[in-house]
Design a protein around this ligand. Structure first.
Ligand SMILES: *Cc1c(COP(=O)(O)O)cnc(C)c1O
Length: 402
């Protein structure tokens, strides 16, 4: 296998040297006072990026663990739940909900579209007995977002619980747990935070705890349990099981870098990367996967492929021929994803991505409408134009500070 030059995948992402150094720290005994202090510090820093004063739990397992454990803790048989589906992860939430015995209602749109706040409002008006709304802030496999800033407060004002998968939302878009009244949020380190996969970061509001305590089937003495972490660790200073010491140190390094840069600055960097990538892809002649430009995520730009070019083939050829790793559609559709997440959300990465993708599509014989040829040069030129504007803006902002 030839050397990989650039990982522009949609998570896990390439991590910085500082994050690798965090992961490589000595392994301490988990009841060493020093490690316990580290764990508590990491919880506080996680609360900062989740913008919350709610309890924060860090479970040792990829974000799917937190998503499943939290849902199983919240759902009681017959509970009336509205699930918003606009992609693979929302669809999966629905399977869990049915498994756990909820009465599931779904608002579902195509995976290239978004469920709007208006649709949610209309549904809730017509179904006042809904007790919880489940949503995915950012559907990474298709690169679309949901407007949590409007749906969250709408649910809070009606006394409806919210369960939010924001694994690729946090730091890739605005996320305000407390201001928007979000009850249960789950994220992970390996997306916009630019850390390693292996942890679930969860915030739980008092309302969510009340619901969990009223659920006799909420997992206890289980790997899926949120209550174990609340009672044993937060309550009693005892870990339910041994945490992965390296993952916690790696997470702290990633959090420190994000907080030093500033939450708003990290989000802006992702937005800038999207704008640059969009301009380049459009000038090249490519078509976006998302139907509505306003629902395109800032962490990955999804490109619609013609039927005769398979997304996994594009991914594999770009990797073997040009040393650039993209993500394919992962079942969401025939699309290829130019990711700009974590440390790869910066102009230069996306420019490399655009050139490698354009050339790969030419190699595969992709034709545009009316027999036009894909114009890689025009795409790079347009992207560089946007990059120079963004750098100019950053320079003026820096000058204004001194
Ligand atoms: C990455 C991600 C997860 C975690 O799922 P994996 O399949 O383990 O990567 C969950 N939800 C969303 C929206 C994600 O982007």
């Amino acid at each position: 296998m030839q050397k990989l030059e650039f990982t522009l995948s949609a998570g896990p992402v390439e991590v910085t040297a500082a994050t690798l150094a965090g992961l490589a720290k000595p392994i301490q005994y988990h009841y060493d006072d020093d490690f316990k202090a580290t764990f508590r510090r990491v919880q506080e820093k996680t609360a900062e990026i989740l913008q919350t004063r709610n309890d924060v739990l860090i479970l040792q397992g990829e974000a799917i663990l937190g998503l499943e454990g939290a849902l199983k803790s919240l759902v009681t048989p017959g509970m009336k739940v509205l699930n918003l589906v606009q992609g693979i992860f929302g669809k999966g939430t629905g399977y869990w909900l049915r498994d756990f015995g909820a009465e599931v209602h779904e608002l579902e749109v195509g995976y290239d579209d978004a469920v709007t706040p208006e649709m949610v409002e209309e549904f809730l008006d017509a179904h006042p007995s809904i007790e919880m709304v489940c949503l995915v802030a950012s559907e990474t496999p298709s690169g679309t977002v949901t407007d949590v800033s409007r749906i969250g407060p709408m649910c809070r004002d009606r006394g409806i619980l919210t369960y939010v998968d924001t694994v690729s939302g946090v730091l890739g878009m605005e996320h305000r747990t407390d201001d928007w009244g979000l009850d249960l949020c789950v994220t992970g380190p390996q997306k916009c935070l630019g850390g390693a996969p292996g942890l679930s970061l969860i915030s739980v509001s008092q309302r969510a705890w009340d619901k969990i305590y009223s659920n006799p089937a909420a997992p206890r003495d289980s790997y899926l349990s949120l209550l174990d972490w609340k009672e044993k660790w937060l309550g009693d200073g005892r870990f339910p099981y041994t945490p992965s010491v390296s993952d916690i140190n790696g997470l702290e390094a990633a959090l420190d870098q994000a907080l030093a840069e500033g939450i708003d600055q990290v989000i802006q960097r992702h937005v800038d990367a999207r704008e640059l990538t969009k301009a380049g892809a459009r000038a090249m002649g490519l078509e976006f996967w998302a139907r509505r430009e306003e629902s395109m995520s800032a962490c990955v730009t999804s490109i619609r492929l013609p039927d005769d070019i398979d997304n996994a083939e594009v991914r594999d050829l770009a990797r073997s021929k040009y040393g650039v790793m993209f993500s394919h559609g992962q079942g969401a559709g025939n699309l290829i994803r130019l990711s700009h997440m974590g440390s790869t959300a910066g102009g230069f990465h996306s420019i490399v991505g655009l050139t490698a993708l354009g050339r790969t599509l030419l190699d595969l014989g992709m034709k545009l409408d009316l027999g036009m040829k894909l114009d890689v040069g025009a795409g790079v030129d347009a992207a560089l134009e946007v990059l120079s504007e963004q750098r100019g803006r950053q320079r003026s902002a820096a000058d204004a500070l001194v």
